[in-house]
Design a protein around this ligand. Sequence first.
Ligand SMILES: [Mg+2]
Ligand SMILES: [Zn+2]
Length: 220
Amino acid sequence: MNAPVATASATTRPAIFIDRDGTLIEDVPYNADPQRVRFTREAIEGLMLLQAYGYALVVVTNQPGVGLGLFDDAALDTLHAHMRAQLAEHGIELAGIYACVHRPGAGCGCRKPEPGLLLRAAADLDLALERSWMIGDILDDVEAGCAAGCRTVLLDVGNETVWRDSPRRRPTLRARTLFEAARELIVHSQAQPQAASRPATGASPRVRTAPPLTIDPVVA
Ligand SMILES: [Mg+2]
Ligand SMILES: [Zn+2]
């Protein structure tokens, strides 16, 4: 393999953009109660694997409940702080949580399937979109990821019901859980574990050790 010629790509990180409701946590419509937050099956394992491979983990979520007046920004922040604290118990750190709080039809550029949240995160966090992925449970997530220049995984768990088709709404991969999505996209990207990619902040040591993944030819 040749050494990378561009220095820009060496300073930018690939990200995994993760939809929140129905992908990271169970979908409870318009929920603002932290006590009702439940991570989806294998979500924790999936995030641990992705983090070990050096991906920045960024949640991108439509929260029209704010724009509709059902709950406010503060309630949303409280729920997200709770979510972050629960993930931190597993040594998982989110690089960001980006929410569109506008009503459907408000014409904003951030409500998925628009790519605004991903583009803003990429600018804020210096992310390499062409090496990044979007994972979500409906085709609007796929379209947002595709529009931002990322590859995509559809969590095929029955939450998409309309299946409106267009070239941008065809996922690169499909999976049943976040862990399966993580495993598949790592193989597809030929990504390598990034054992030393995280600063030693006293986080749980398990985050610095890539889980065994025998499907990677270098690891195997
Ligand atoms: Mg969703
Ligand atoms: Zn918006």
